[in-house]
Design a protein around this ligand. Structure first.
Ligand SMILES: NC(=O)CCC(=O)C(=O)O
Length: 299
């Protein structure tokens, strides 16, 4: 297990409301919410947007709203042909001097013509520091309740994603990815202090599993877990659950939104990781002689 190096930090989850079919509107909504969160006191270090916030969450919309995303390491002003949402997110990070997990947006790979559900992360200089393409596509059919098939238009990503900040290493997943516990376990064993998932559960699966999944991932791995959802929108074809949430390594819910537009904040106390791991020493009691270390090939 990699050791954890981290400092206390403050997290803000933006549960955006007033999202429409206008990308320009959605960018303005996000920009305002980032400004408001960044000007709150104490100022958050890391701000998170929800899943697919610049486009309707609908399989037939993803291609139309998709954008080109430049390479990791690309800097502000260096890239001429990046999409308008990426440009806007860089500016949000720079203008507010914060780290920004840009939720997710539909990404077009111009080389292969594939569309991905993609999260980008920016440092306070606007440098693109991480890209996570949703690995597990949300294909479910609960008759009479919830049917969705991302794979109709999206392609699944093939890599796991972590990034390093001055306050610690963070693991990324997107929504349905949380149902696959290996991702969080690998991130924890690579030294991540938190797994953060831009997300959009719905009114069927949200009440069933939203909170349990986060608490489970947190307790199993003794890390912080956060999910950031859009607010519910009565006119949308997909009813997002809301309830943006942060859970600590003991599985306690630190903060939970309702379903209305709001921003929730949580202070990440890194000492609690060490205390939890000392008091419940599962990280040093694993029996890799009985089962292999799932993280080994990624370390
Ligand atoms: N956008 C998603 O991946 C939704 C996942 C979801 O609702 C679930 O229950 O899992």
């Amino acid at each position: 297990m990699a050791s954890i190096t981290a400092k206390p930090f403050r997290l803000a989850l933006l549960q955006l409301g007033s999202l429409t079919s206008s990308k320009a509107n959605n960018i303005s909504v996000a920009k305002r919410a980032v400004e408001e969160a960044a000007s709150s006191s104490p100022k958050p270090n890391l701000i998170v947007l929800p899943e697919i916030w610049n486009s309707p969450y609908a399989v037939n919309a993803f291609r139309e709203y998709s954008e080109k995303i430049p390479k990791i390491g690309s800097k502000n002003g260096e890239v001429g042909d990046e999409g308008e949402t990426v440009k806007a997110m860089r500016q949000m990070a720079i203008n507010n001097n914060v780290w920004l997990i840009g939720g997710s947006i539909p990404q077009k790979d111009e080389r292969t013509d594939e569309i991905f559900n993609t999260c980008t992360v920016y440092d306070p200089d606007g440098t693109l520091v991480a890209i996570h393409q949703k690995v597990h596509l949300f294909d479910i059919d609960i008759p009479g309740k919830q049917t969705f098939k991302e794979s109709d238009t999206l392609t699944g990503g093939k890599t796991l994603t972590t990034f390093v900040t001055p306050f610690g290493k963070i693991g990324l997943g997107i929504c349905y990815d949380i149902r696959f516990p290996e991702m969080a376990t690998i991130a924890a064993r690579q030294g991540c202090v938190a797994m953060i998932y831009p997300a959009a559960f719905n009114t069927t699966t949200g009440p069933m599993h939203w909170s349990l999944l986060q608490r489970g991932r947190a307790i199993d791995n003794q890390i912080y877990v956060a999910m950031c959802s859009p607010a519910r929108h009565p006119e949308a074809s997909y009813q997002a659950y809301g309830h943006s949430m942060v859970v600590n390594p003991l599985g306690d819910i630190l903060v939970e939104a309702g379903h209305q537009p709001t921003t929730v904040y949580a202070d990440i106390d890194v000492d609690l990781l060490a205390t939890t791991r000392r008091n419940l020493p599962i990280t040093i009691q694993r029996r890799f002689d009985v089962y292999p270390d799932v993280a080994e090939k990624f370390l």
